[in-house]
Design a protein around this ligand. Structure first.
Ligand code: FES
Ligand code: FES
Length: 161
């Protein structure tokens, strides 16, 4: 067992965990943050993506011991109260989801993509960057549309700051 301490959605969390504990299990089973999904457990589908120190990472293949002291954000931590994050709003407005299983991971990956590319984002880049996120409903067209829409919303918001 090891004692770890990390920040999750702005709150300090300390936990005694077995060395083999995966981040996704800490989030879902210990903290009740079930918005982070498990689709494959083998780092292929992207359902489990969260932000670790601001970067999108698959939490199904991250040991809790590796993120001791880190700042973790999950899908539950991106809205401001009742106000959706611009990426969530864009997915809603562009019908970027069907069953919704892949959606939390898609959104967390997409936010990271927009942060990295800023205004230089085009459809081809979004499709390439989302290769690690699989949508079993195959709604990629509207997912890509949502990400491009969110990119302009986020860049406008950033420019106004
Ligand atoms: Fe992590 Fe599929 S559950 S990539
Ligand atoms: Fe169903 Fe993507 S919306 S898996």
């Amino acid at each position: 067992m090891s004692k770890v301490s990390l920040t999750v959605n702005g709150k300090l969390v300390t936990a005694d965990v077995e060395d083999r504990t995966l981040l996704v299990h800490l989030l879902r089973d210990h903290l009740g943050l079930t918005g982070t999904h498990v689709g494959c457990d083998t780092s292929q589908c992207g359902c489990c993506v969260v932000h670790i120190d601001g970067r999108a990472v698959k939490s199904c293949t991250t040991l809790v011991g590796q993120v001791d002291g880190a700042d973790i954000t999950t899908i539950e931590g991106i809205s401001k109260g009742d106000e959706l994050h611009p990426m969530q709003a864009a997915f809603r407005d562009n019908h970027g989801l069907q069953c919704g299983y892949c959606t939390p991971g898609m959104i967390m990956s997409a936010i990271d993509i927009v942060h990295r590319y800023g205004g230089n984002l085009d459809e081809e880049t979004v499709r390439h960057e989302l290769e690690g996120n699989i949508c079993r409903c195959t709604g990629y067209h509207n997912i890509v549309k949502s990400v491009l829409d969110a990119a302009s919303r986020m860049n406008v918001a950033q420019a106004a700051e």
